[in-house]
Structures are given as C-alpha cells and as structure tokens.
Design a protein around this ligand. Structure first.
Ligand code: NAD
Length: 360
C-alpha cells in the first residue's frame, strides 16, 4: 500500500476508561490538573448521575448546575458562565450527553476554565474542540482549543440507563463521525485505523445492547467504539452528511441522533462513487460489500427510524433544506449541487434503501 501524504495533530487530553470511573476518576483528574473548585454541569434528566459525581468530588465541588439543554441556547450558556464565576470555580465537570458537554464547552469558551468530561451517550462531543451556541434559532459553531476537555472519563456503567432507542441512534451517530472522517480532506492513516475499529466495535455491540441493555460487555464495547469514532470527529473536518444533519437540526428542529441515523446511509451512497477506499474500509468493518445498504439494514434491525418523514419533516421542507445545504461551503469528496442535496434528502425522506449510482 502507498502511504498517502498526511498531517496529524495529537491533542493534549487524557482519557480514562473503566466501569465505575465516574465516581472516582473526576477527583483524580482534578488533582492531576491542580483544580480545587469544580462546577459540575448536566442536564436535568442526568442530575441524579451528576449529583453522584458531585458528591464524589467532596470538598472539590463548588456546585451542581443541572440546566443544560439541547444545542446550548445562548441564555443557558450566559447563566452557566455567571454561575461558574459566582461559585469561584477553577474548572468544570460536564456529566451527560453532547448537550451537557456542550454547556461545559460554552463555559470554557468564555472563561477558559479547564473542562473534565464524563460522557453518558455515544455522540463524541467530548473528543472535539468544536463548540456550538444557539441564538435566535441559529446555531453558531466554531473550533477553539480552550473547549477541548483536558480529561475524559468514560464509565460504561453510566450508559446502562441510556434508553435502548437512544442507544441505537446515538451509536449510529458515532458511526457517522468515523464514516465521514475516512474521506475528510484531513484524514490520515491513524484516523483510518480508529475509524475502522470504531465502526466494527459499535456496530457489533449495538444488536447486543438492544437484546440486553444491562449487559456490561456490550455497553463497554459500544462506549469504546464511541471513543474511537469521537476521536475521528475531533481529528477531521466533516462533509455532506454532517452538513445535512446540521441544517435539519438547526432549521427544522429535528432530533440530533435520530437525524444522523436516517441520513447516513443516503449521504454515504451519494459519496460512495467518489470514495472507493473509504467504502472498502467500511465494508470490512461491517462485513459487507455494500456499506450504505448495510447501515440502512442495521438501523431497521435495531428498530431505529429510517425516514425523515417519521421524524416530522414535510415534503415542502426538502427544497429549503437542500438549498441551505448546497449554499454553504464545506469539504465533500463529491460536489454538492442543489439537485444532489435534494436527491439525498428525498431518499432519506422516503426511507427507501440507499442507491449507489455510478458517477457520469
Ligand atoms: P443529549 O446530550 O441531548 O442527550 C439526549 C437525552 O438523553 C437527554 O434528555 C439526556 O438527559 C439523556 N441522557 C443522556 N445520557 C443518558 C443516560 N446515560 N441515561 C439516561 N438518559 C441519558 O444528546 P446527544 O446526542 O448526546 O448530544 C446531542 C447534542 O450534542 C447536540 O446539540 C449536538 O449538536 C451536540 N454535539 C456536539 C458535538 C461537538 O463536537 N461539539 C459532537 C456531537 C454532538
């Protein structure tokens, strides 16, 4: 094999992965980082878990703020920054999914307080320096090294309570990061290794999680896959699939993980003719000769949604979403025209099996 030209940046982050770590490792990580007053942030639904983390910090805990909301509304970020300042916090611990970690990042962006992340879904935000804040219905995102968690504590026990439906869609959300990383302009051999292993781990674990949500082995494997897929997301720039999901979530309010699950097979089928090597890697990981179809089939077997209509999108929304997607510049291996974006959206709307067409 020829080694492609590449650049790869190692990020200053420590990862701790072990069952039960969420109530021991945050204090250990705080000590390593020299932090003494930590504000714990979470969403309301994760407040019991976050309380356990806060209690485990003992005198290092400067408070618990359980007000995180999806897509980090600006007023929620403003309040959290105020709370962190008023508490005299010298660091934050974010406990929960991408929404809670997003709030921790919003605090870090404005205050530069170091962040420790304790993820409880597979969305991967903990591995990236990408932040997002939503104001007047528009989500602004950016990259800033200040928001990259300094430590990430993965505790598979935390995911035991993640409902099966969300476990499945969150898991496929993770697979989407690895899939697009394989054809990103800044991909690299290490990213390809992480992506292949991440997809293999996640997709082999999900049916077992669905069959027995409280079995630790599959839960650990899924979270391990999420770490690898999140690492791919953090190391590369995403393309058409993530852009489509950003538009569908931002403009039409569609749910994050479910939207990724529905769109992925179709975005991948659109790009497939232009990315043979990436598809070959995915085929290997999925043990198939048609990765887009295998992912569509997997979603069906896991009882996950497969059509945008099921998520509440209307036929009239498709043209608007396609226009927004085609209008913006982002790297994608195939040019994305209005017609191309509409083709992907129509297939995802109908929930039909993805079709790979030869490039003309
Ligand atoms: P989420 O954080 O919104 O969580 C979804 C729901 O699941 C919430 O109600 C939450 O309370 C609940 N939940 C989370 N963990 C649970 C558990 N273990 N048991 C029971 N319930 C649990 O969803 P998400 O998909 O993790 O994150 C989506 C958000 O993260 C979006 O806003 C997305 O844009 C953002 N995100 C950002 C990045 C990034 O790099 N910046 C990456 C991925 C996602």
């Amino acid at each position: 094999m020829n080694v492609p030209d590449f650049s790869f940046e190692s990020r200053p982050m420590r990862v701790v992965f072990r069952p039960g770590a969420s109530t021991a490792a945050p204090a250990e990580e705080a000590a390593r980082l020299g932090l003494r007053r930590l504000l714990v942030v979470s969403g309301r639904q994760s407040s019991v878990t976050a309380r356990a983390v806060a209690d485990s910090l003992g005198s290092l805990c400067a408070g618990l703020h359980a007000e995180a909301r999806m897509h980090v509304p600006a007023e929620v970020a403003d309040l959290a920054v105020e709370v962190a300042r008023a508490a005299g916090a010298d660091g934050c611990v974010a406990v929960g999914g991408g929404s809670a970690i997003g709030l921790g990042k919003a605090i870090a962006l404005r205050t530069h307080l170091p962040l420790i992340a304790v993820p409880s879904t597979y969305s991967g935000s903990e591995m990236t320096s990408v932040w997002g804040v939503t104001e007047h219905g528009i989500k602004r995102t950016g990259r800033n090294p200040a928001v990259l968690p300094r430590s990430v504590v993965y505790d598979p026990e935390l995911t035991l309570t993640l409902p099966v439906a969300l476990s499945m869609t969150s898991g496929i959300n993770a697979v989407a990061h690895a899939a697009e990383a394989l054809y990103a302009p800044d991909t690299s051999p290490l990213v390809a290794l992480m992506a292949e292993e991440g997809v293999r781990a996640m997709t082999s674990a999900l049916p077992l999680v669905a069959a027995d949500p409280e079995a630790m082995g599959p839960r650990s494997r899924a979270l391990y896959g999420a770490w690898l897929c999140g690492s791919c997301l953090g190391a590369t720039t995403m393309g058409l699939h993530h852009k489509l999901c950003h538009v569908l979530g931002g403009t039409f309010g569609l749910p994050h993980a479910e939207t990724h699950t529905v769109v992925l097979p179709h975005a991948l089928a659109y790009n497939a003719p232009a990315v043979h090597e990436a598809i070959a890697v995915l085929n290997r990981a999925l043990r198939t000769d048609n990765a887009p179809h295998a992912l569509w089939d997997l979603a069906g077997r896991l009882g996950a949604p497969r059509s945008l209509a099921q998520l509440g999108l209307t036929d009239d929304d498709l043209t608007v979403a396609a226009g927004q997607t085609a209008a913006e510049a982002y790297p994608n291996p195939r040019t994305v025209t209005m017609g191309g974006a509409l083709e992907v959206l129509r297939a995802a709307y109908a929930g039909q099996s993805p079709r790979i067409e030869a490039l003309t």
